[in-house]
Design a protein around this ligand. Structure first.
Ligand SMILES: Nc1nc2c(ncn2[C@@H]2O[C@H](COP(=O)(O)OP(=O)(O)O)[C@@H](O)[C@H]2O)c(=O)[nH]1
Ligand SMILES: [Mg+2]
Length: 487
């Protein structure tokens, strides 16, 4: 048996250092990661040592050496976290953030997941749910106890105060849902499409950005038929770059064939669903040696449509190195702005993908400048919105970026329930306050309105994974606290 030195530290955990250098830490429940008793064995990593220790554990039965051996087995995937959730050490939003932080590959993903590991997001859902429970409590009091003499608030006042609260909450939920979409850009990556005529330099730009030959660069037109996808970390943002087939309007002698047409269809579809579209146009040398910017109608029409619909278009004017003078560049910028109406000057970036002759391994300066603008655009896209109605510290809204796709779907359900509530209550108010008069049918309306609030609160409870049990008690608690019924 090895000699061991024991020590106590922190909140009761006991550490034992064995002479072989192994460290055994005992954490008593309930303030542990899983909420259960925990024993941590820190061993040297050799497989023989680990195997010997694992073989020794079943023989250390606490009862007697002849008693049943201590059952041990490997943990199931995620079992520690599952136990932590079961023992209320973590809520579902924290479990999700933990899984996100384990799979984070970029700085922005890491930051997003760290934000979610505190329980502030869950606390916010809980505070909204509490608000809904309180509102529902008030409505149920209206149904159950309206004849009670202690109930002195006017029915219509109460209803309008409840719908006012629901209205404000609904605004906050909508902003939160919008931020969840923005947060998803950090989590799953920002999708970016490169769009332009054949030979404009889309593949060259992709390679200059990625820093390796991901896409084939060729003077031959139509080398990219399908969308080439590359994932890249730009300024800490995960970006999914899509290099697409060139867009061009067919002309006599150079008609667009079936395969090329399909490539163009995919290119437009990819641009349509992208978060950011970079349109590549270029200076070209004409047959007579003249240099001018090439604006293919197929490219500019698509770009103008996307710019008007989504305002997510950036333009690069490539092959600046062949432009004879800076006035040619200014002419090119003006022509681009005419072709794509409403495109601000700062969204047009002259670049050259041609490597510098002094140091071909460095990214050309013009591309570095463009990348900085691109990263600024990513920052804007992923900054949390603060609802106008909310004058509190905007940093708390930053947290709502941590809301996942699962949260977003449940938020939709919650918002839909609140919309139903508002439609019912305002509909009734329009119908000459019929809901406020006390007949049986009106009571049914109030029951239904309370039911909508319950649906909304349940959706929030499903986000944190808490709250369904004891829901009735909570509602009753609100009723009794507010109206002192039954005293
Ligand atoms: N002079 C010059 N040539 C370029 C530049 N960018 C790309 N090219 C050339 O333009 C041709 C087409 O480029 P590529 O990237 O394949 O265009 P894509 O069809 O839009 O993907 C190739 O011969 C490239 O070497 C540039 O900035 N300056
Ligand atoms: Mg290409």
């Amino acid at each position: 048996m090895e000699r061991a030195k024991s020590c106590m530290s922190g909140e009761g955990e006991t550490g034992t250092v064995l002479d072989s250098g192994a460290l055994i830490l005992y954490f008593p429940a309930p303030k542990t990661v899983t909420g259960e008793d925990l024993l941590e064995l820190h061993l040297h990593g050799g497989t023989a040592i680990v195997r010997a220790v694992l073989a020794a554990i079943p023989r250390t039965s606490p009862s007697s050496s002849t008693g049943p051996s201590l059952p041990i087995r490997y943990a199931e995937p995620g079992e520690f976290t599952r136990r932590a959730f079961a023992n209320a050490r973590l809520d579902l939003t924290q479990v999700e953030a933990l899984s996100d932080s384990l799979s984070a590959t970029t700085e922005q993903q890491r930051r997003l997941s760290v934000r979610g590991t505190t329980n502030s997001l869950a606390a916010r859902y809980e505070s909204w749910r509490a608000l809904l429970l309180a509102a529902r409590g008030e409505l149920e009091a209206l149904i159950d106890f309206s004849e009670d003499q202690h109930f002195d608030a006017s029915v219509s006042e109460l209803l309008s105060s409840v719908s006012e609260q629901v209205g404000a909450l609904s605004g906050a939920l909508r902003a939160h849902r919008e931020n969840a979409v923005r947060g998803e850009l950090l989590r799953s990556g920002i999708s970016l499409a490169l769009l332009g005529a054949p030979n404009a330099g889309k593949s060259s730009l992709l390679n200059a950005v990625v820093g390796r030959e991901a896409a084939i660069v060729s003077r031959e037109e139509g080398t990219t038929r399908d969308v080439v996808e590359v994932g890249v970390d730009l300024g800490g943002f995960l970006v999914r770059l899509g290099d697409t087939a060139g867009l061009r309007r067919g002309v006599e002698g150079a008609e667009v064939g079936l395969v090329e047409r399909e490539g163009m269809r995919r290119a437009k579809a990819r641009a349509e669903e992208s978060d950011v579209v970079v349109v590549v146009i270029s200076f070209e040398v004409g047959e007579g040696g003249e240099v001018g910017v090439r604006l293919d109608p197929e490219v500019v029409e698509t770009a103008a449509r996307l710019a008007a619909e989504k305002d997510n278009v950036l333009v690069v004017i490539n092959k600046m190195d062949v432009a004879p003078s800076s006035s040619d560049l200014e002419t090119a910028i003006k022509a681009t702005q005419t072709a794509i109406p409403g495109l601000p000057r700062e969204k047009i970036h002259p670049i050259s993908c041609k490597p510098s002759s002094q140091d071909p391994s460095t990214t050309p300066t013009s591309i570095q400048t463009f990348l900085r603008a691109l990263i600024a655009q990513f920052t804007t896209l992923t900054t949390a919105l603060t609802p106008d109605s909310d004058s509190s510290d905007p940093s708390i809204w930053q947290e709502s970026l941590g809301a996942t796709e699962r949260h977003r779907l449940l938020l939709e359900t919650c918002i839909a329930c609140l919309d139903d509530f508002t439609a019912l209550v305002s509909g009734a108010a329009d119908a000459d306050d019929s809901m406020l008069r006390e007949s049986e049918g009106d009571e049914a309306d109030i029951v239904l309105a309370a039911e909508h609030l319950r649906g909304a609160a349940d959706a929030l409870a499903r986000i944190t994974g808490r709250g369904e049990a004891g829901d009735v008690e909570e509602v009753l608690g609100v009723v009794f606290e507010k109206f002192c019924v039954g005293k």
